[in-house]
Design a protein around this ligand. Structure first.
Ligand SMILES: C[S@@+](CC[C@H](N)C(=O)[O-])C[C@H]1O[C@@H](n2cnc3c(N)ncnc32)[C@H](O)[C@@H]1O
Length: 218
């Protein structure tokens, strides 16, 4: 499989959801998600884990290969990055992975069922460090409630960030939504053995930045 093999077969004006070779395209500014009847399909009914903000997919591809008895969904809204994961998934025969090219909240709201997900991961969500841009952060009340809805009871959400200010906001927002931190105060660890590597994890570690790992249970 090569990059040029992934073509969304219509112009943006004619956008609609479509599944192409294990990638679901979820269009933005679109009102008719509920009319889409196809389903994300795996070869078996194994447990489902999702990773939001997958970037180039380094972390999720490793994770899927190491855990063939779990099905994974990688959600990434940037076309070039989602396409990179898609190419890697096919070329490396990772058949327990499915890609979503789309925005995290929209995908979750319209395409995931209540109590269907065993584990959620978010690795290095965009921190929007300037105060005037903080409103663009993903991990806010609306999205947290959606994650809570789709997560199975007693299952958990792992969030990793290098941004202290965003970490503090994440902790507050998630505890406010009545999920429980599995790490005691200050509600994060700075190391998690064998967590796996991602582009941003390697980048920040090489620059000597501290990383915070958070784990919350429904
Ligand atoms: C800082 S990068 C981290 C990528 C990867 N997780 C890593 O650790 O290398 C954040 C990624 O999240 C994606 N992203 C940001 N907001 C998103 C959203 N609302 N829905 C889906 N993807 C999003 C961006 O396109 C970008 O690829």
């Amino acid at each position: 499989m090569k990059k040029s093999d992934l073509i969304i077969p219509f112009k943006f004006e004619d956008r609609r959801p479509i599944i192409i070779n294990r990638l679901l395209y979820v269009p933005g500014n679109y009102e008719e998600h509920s009319n889409f009847k196809e389903k994300i399909y795996f070869k078996n009914n194994n447990r489902l884990h999702v990773e939001y903000c997958s970037g180039n997919g380094e972390w999720i591809v490793q994770k899927a290969k190491k855990n063939p008895n779990i099905n994974f969904i990688a959600i990434e809204m940037d076309f070039q990055r989602a396409r990179k994961i898609w190419v890697k998934m096919h070329n490396e025969n990772v058949d327990n992975l499915f890609i979503v090219l789309g925005e995290a909240k929209t995908f979750t709201k319209y395409y995931l069922k209540n109590n269907s997900i065993f584990q959620i991961y978010i690795n290095f969500p965009d921190p929007w460090p300037k105060t005037k841009h903080e409103k663009n952060r993903l991990i806010k009340k609306e999205f947290i409630l959606e994650m809570k809805r789709v997560l199975i009871d007693k299952c958990n959400i792992i969030i990793v960030t290098d941004d202290k200010n965003y970490s503090n906001e994440i902790i507050k927002n998630i505890l406010d939504a009545k999920l429980k931190s599995l790490y005691k105060e200050p509600y994060f660890l700075t190391n998690l053995e064998n967590y796996g590597s991602s582009y941003f994890k390697s980048l920040w570690v090489s620059k000597g930045k501290d990383i915070r790992f958070h784990k919350f249970e429904k």
